[in-house]
Design a protein around this ligand. Structure first.
Ligand code: SAM
Length: 239
């Protein structure tokens, strides 16, 4: 009886871990956000297992059935289309229910888009806030207003067609000089990370058709000179 959350590659198939393969091979069944997408990966890994659909549109209906399966002794592995399940992907609800029912849960470490984007950004990463996708309409302004005073580096997931609008809103809110980065197509053939003040990123991405998957990092508000430029959490302690 156990639920495994199994991270899968965000582009480069070589990023699957040896343990992820082992867990997928040993699970009684695999729950997938999109059975076709995960089917491609599983065929690549020559893993043949019962594959069930688990996505945001059916998770509320299926969660009790899955709890019953787990309680009957089954080992289930949850995968999403890419990256770590539960990170801007389905997973949270099932994990919460498992915990409620004393069912062991294990999330394997592995691919996720925000970690390489944050580290590549060159922005302070000793403290950061993962914001995921901003609300598209309702609640967007409220969320942005909440972030106006944020001192930690902020990490956002964004779609290519909304990138420019979001960068412009960030420039209005944080000022055009605020350092930021845009990482596109991480681990893929056309991987690109562009770093600079928000105004420069707006000019650069405004001149082209933006494609692919995107993570935006924005440096936090500078409270006092140099304070959020420290590289290590304990640097201040020595002052
Ligand atoms: N579960 C995933 C994770 O662990 O990162 C995130 C899934 S979320 C539905 C998809 C978003 O993640 C994309 O819109 C993009 O913002 C980001 N993303 C996923 N793969 C990426 C990649 N290869 N390069 C840049 N961003 C990526």
């Amino acid at each position: 009886m156990k639920l495994f959350l199994v991270p899968t590659p965000i582009g480069n198939l070589d990023d699957i871990t040896l343990r992820a393969i082992k867990v997928l091979q040993q699970a009684d069944a695999i729950l997938a956000e999109d059975t076709r997408t995960s089917g491609v990966l599983l065929r690549h890994l020559t893993i043949s297992k019962p594959l069930h659909s688990y996505h945001i549109f059916n998770e509320h209906q299926t969660v009790q059935r899955l709890i019953d399966q787990l309680k009957s002794g089954k080992t289930l592995a949850l995968v999403s289309d890419a990256g770590t399940p539960g990170i801007s992907d389905p997973g949270f609800l099932l994990v919460r229910e498992c915990i409620k029912h004393d069912i062991p849960v294990e999330c394997l470490p592995g691919p996720t888009a925000f970690v390489p984007a944050l580290v590549n950004s060159g922005l302070p990463n000793d403290r950061f806030t993962f914001e995921g996708f901003l609300p598209h309409k309702k609640g967007r302004q409220t969320r942005l207003a909440e972030l106006a005073g944020e001192e930690r580096t902020m990490v956002f997931y964004e779609s290519p067609h909304r990138l420019l609008k979001t960068l412009q809103q960030f420039a209005d809110l944080f000022g055009p000089d605020r350092p930021a980065s845009v990482s596109r197509e991480l681990t893929k053939m056309f991987e690109e990370t562009r770093r600079g003040p928000l105004s420069e990123l707006i000019t650069y991405f405004g001149e082209k058709t933006v494609k692919g998957e995107i993570v935006v990092c924005v440096q936090g508000k500078e409270v006092s000179k140099g304070k959020n430029k420290r590289a290590y959490a304990d640097e201040d302690d020595e002052e």
